[in-house]
Design a protein around this ligand. Sequence first.
Ligand code: BTN
Length: 246
Amino acid sequence: MNVQIGKKLIWLSEVDSTNKYLTDLSKDQLDEGLAVATNNQVEGRGQRGNTWESQKDKNITFSFILYPNFIKVQEQFLLSQAISLGICDMLAQLIKGVSIKWPNDIYVNNNKIAGILIEHAISSAQLDRSIIGIGLNVNQKIFSDDLPNPTSLLLETGNTFDINQTLEILCNSVSLRYNEIKNGQMAKIQTDYLKLLYRRNEFHTYSSDGKKFEAIIAGVRSTGELILETRNGERKEFGFKEISFF
Ligand code: BTN
């Protein structure tokens, strides 16, 4: 049966982190797709132990619960790909230049507009329960200086957006992509993800182990590793923390 993310939605005026709130809730079985959104997330969590900044009332900060028990633990990256595509599909209706910076930062040209934090509970060879958090910058204009390259829908389009309506569209778009993998369309997700990768088809500078090198993206493993090909044709694979983009 298809899942409709956000059909049931808990709206909080303020919370530390929607991911944390949902994780604390989900000790009992909750409906798949249940979402928690907030006007004011005060301790937003980001990837790799970072924080996620969001000005009160300006952006989408929400999390939802999925039970992707059809995905093997070692192929959990598929879920990340599907969610990334769902966000891109929605944004591409509004702006040009949307891409996915591997593994799952959502970019508009060279700036980050959205981030995803996925936290899994695993008790077997398959994924058991996943809490997916999405932060999408909507109407925020000014960001703290610590952030290297933030952007928002307002900065990109000059228009302000209704947060509730935008969240509903986002939920629909992400649901469509999640239901694709639920219905076995894994290859489509992988192909569409590759097409949307930031800096695809061009040589760029990367850095690993303190060494810089030029390479082009050759692919992404189903287990998530980025495959790069250097100018002399050498292929190398990198896990999440093993490479940075310049
Ligand atoms: C990243 O670092 O790019 C991931 C950011 C994820 C932020 C979202 S906002 C809603 C949800 N709750 C959190 O605490 N984090 C995620």
